[in-house]
Design a protein around this ligand. Structure first.
Ligand SMILES: [Fe+2]
Length: 478
C-alpha cells in the first residue's frame, strides 16, 4: 500500500512538472492500483506523460493492432528457405483445400499411381513455367511429395489467359486429367478472398491513406503537406473537404515517412536534411500538428531507417523517437493488420497495411496488368488486387527482399482484410475487390530524376479518403 502511495506521488509530481493539470478525474484514475503500476512503469520507460492521458486506442479513434511481425533475430541458413517455402505451402494449402472446385484432391506422388485419364486435383507451388513449341503453357508444380508437369492447352482460351498471369512460387490448385507424370489442366484455382458483403460502419467516419511523405528530400512538397495538415485541422479546402475532415479519425502512413540517408548512390545531393534523426524529428514536428483525436498508424518503407528486408520491424526507436512520443501515433511493422473503429455493435474493419516494395515487379511481369492499357504509375491498385487474389504480398522469390522465417510465411495474407492500403508507387489509386477496399496512397515528393528516367509519373499531394460507412473513396488534392 505504501509502495502504491509513493508511486502515485511520483506520477503526480511528473505530471505537474510537465504542466499537466491533475484534476479530480485524473485522481480518480489513479485510485486504481493497476493504473498506478502501469503508468509508473511507463514513465520509468520514458513514455511521455501526455501519451498516458491520450493513448491512441481511446476516444473516437479506436485502433488495435491485430497482427504484427514478431521478429526473432537469428542467423539464417539454406534450411530456413526450405522451411519458409514449406510454411507458405501449408498456409495457402489450408485456404485452398476446402474449395469445391478441387475434387479428388490428392498428393503429387499419388498421381503416378492413378489409372490413365483419371480426374483429380493437386495443390502445388509453381517452380517453373514455360511455353512449349506448340504454344501451350507448361508448368512444373511441387508439393512435399514430388513434382509434376501441368499442361495448359492453348485451345482453352479462358484457362490459357488465366495461366499467363501465373507467377513463380505462388501456390495454386489445379484440377484436371492425370496421365502418369503429367496433369492436363481443366481448372486453375487461386486462393483469392471469399465473396461476401463489405462490413460497413454504423456512422460516417473517414480514413485517409498517406504514403511516401519523404521528409528530408529536397523534393519534399512542403506547401502541399502543410495544406494537408491544415485540412486535418479543418482549416483547408471547400465545404465538402471540411465536412470530411470533421469526421476523419484515422491516418495510415504506409512507409517512406522520410527520404532516408544513403538509400541510393549520391542521395545526399538530393536531400534538404542530411541527418536521419533530424529527418524523423521534422516528420514528427509536422505530424504533431494533426489533431490528437486522429490516430496515426505509421509503418516503415524502403527509405526508412532499419532493415529493408520484409517484414520490416517497427521504426527503430533510437532514430525515430520523436514519432514514438506523439501521443496519437501507433508505430507498426510492415506489413501489419490493424483493426479500427470497433464498437459495441460493430466489429471494426481490419486494415492490411503494406508499403508496396514488391509492386514494381508485378506491374511488368503479369500480362493482364502490363497490357491493361494503363500507364505504369496507374497500376498500383491492379497489382494490389492481383496480390490479394494470390493471398501473398510478394509471391515471386525475386520481387522483394525478405527474411525467410522458418516458422511461417509472414507475407501470406491469411486474414481477409476489409481495407488493403499501401503506397510506394507515388500515385494514388483504388478499386473494390469483393469485400475488400483496395487503396494506394500517393506521395509528397516531386518527381525525382530516377522516376523521370524510368518513365514514372508521380502525382504528389493526392490523398484518398475512405468513408467507412459506404466504402466510397474520394481523392482529395492538396
Ligand atoms: Fe517506397
Amino acid at each position: 500500500m505504501e509502495q502504491q502511495l509513493i508511486k502515485k506521488k511520483e506520477i503526480v509530481s511528473i505530471l505537474l512538472r510537465n504542466n499537466i493539470l491533475v484534476n479530480r478525474e485524473l485522481l480518480r484514475k489513479l485510485s486504481e492500483p493497476r493504473i498506478v503500476d502501469e503508468w509508473h512503469r511507463a514513465l520509468l520507460d520514458g513514455t511521455p506523460p501526455a501519451k498516458l492521458l491520450h493513448p491512441a486506442q481511446e476516444g473516437d479513434s479506436r485502433a488495435k493492432v491485430v497482427w504484427e511481425y514478431d521478429d526473432v533475430p537469428k542467423k539464417r541458413s539454406v534450411q530456413d528457405f526450405v522451411d519458409y517455402f514449406n510454411a507458405r505451402y501449408r498456409q495457402i494449402h489450408k485456404i485452398l483445400s476446402g474449395r469445391a472446385e478441387l475434387q479428388n484432391l490428392t498428393s503429387i506422388s499419388r498421381i503416378r499411381m492413378k489409372k490413365d485419364k483419371e480426374r483429380c486435383s493437386v495443390i502445388g507451388i509453381i517452380s517453373d513455367k514455360n511455353v512449349t513449341k506448340n504454344e501451350h503453357i507448361m508448368l512444373s508444380v511441387e508439393d512435399s511429395t514430388g513434382t509434376i508437369k501441368i499442361l495448359i492447352n492453348k485451345s482453352n482460351k479462358d484457362l490459357y489467359t488465366q495461366a499467363q498471369d501465373l507467377v513463380f512460387d505462388e501456390v495454386i490448385g489445379i484440377c484436371g486429367q492425370a496421365a502418369e507424370d503429367i496433369l492436363f489442366a481443366e481448372t486453375i484455382v487461386i486462393p483469392d478472398i471469399p465473396i461476401q458483403e463489405p462490413k460497413l460502419a454504423p456512422e460516417e467516419t473517414y480514413v485517409c491513406v498517406l504514403s511516401c511523405i519523404h521528409v528530408g528530400s529536397a523534393g519534399f512538397e512542403h506547401e502541399r503537406f502543410n495544406n494537408f495538415i491544415k485540412w486535418t485541422c479543418g482549416e483547408f479546402g471547400d465545404d465538402t473537404m471540411r465536412a470530411i475532415a470533421k469526421k476523419l479519425r484515422y491516418i495510415f502512413a504506409c512507409g517512406d515517412l522520410v527520404d532516408g540517408v544513403g538509400i541510393y548512390p549520391a542521395q545526399e545531393k538530393e536531400l534538404s536534411i542530411t541527418d536521419i534523426k533530424e529527418q524523423y524529428a521534422e516528420c514528427a514536428r509536422l505530424l504533431s500538428q494533426i489533431p490528437k483525436h486522429i490516430t496515426l498508424l505509421l509503418a516503415p518503407g524502403n527509405h526508412d531507417v532499419g532493415r529493408i528486408s520484409e517484414p520490416q520491424p517497427r521504426l527503430l526507436k533510437e532514430y525515430a523517437k520523436p514519432l514514438y512520443d506523439l501521443p496519437n501515433a501507433l508505430l507498426v511493422t510492415n506489413p501489419s493488420i490493424i483493426n479500427i473503429h470497433a464498437g459495441e455493435h460493430f466489429p471494426g474493419v481490419d486494415v492490411l497495411m503494406y508499403h508496396g516494395y514488391s509492386f514494381d515487379d508485378y506491374s511488368e511481369c503479369v500480362p493482364s496488368i502490363k497490357h491493361s492499357g494503363t500507364h505504369i504509375s496507374d497500376r498500383a491498385a491492379l497489382v494490389m488486387r492481383f496480390l490479394l487474389q494470390r493471398r501473398h504480398l510478394a509471391p515471386q522469390h525475386t520481387s522483394t527482399l525478405y527474411i525467410p522465417d522458418a516458422r511461417y510465411d509472414p507475407l501470406v495474407i491469411e486474414r481477409v482484410p476489409d481495407l488493403f492500403v499501401a503506397g510506394h508507387i507515388h500515385k494514388a489509386g483504388h478499386l473494390q475487390h469483393r469485400s475488400a477496399t483496395i487503396v494506394a496512397g500517393s506521395c509528397f515528393q516531386k518527381k525525382t530524376d530516377f522516376q523521370e528516367k524510368v518513365g514514372h509519373d508521380p502525382d504528389p499531394g493526392v490523398v484518398p479518403v475512405i468513408n467507412l460507412q459506404t466504402r466510397q473513396v474520394t481523392m482529395l488534392r492538396f
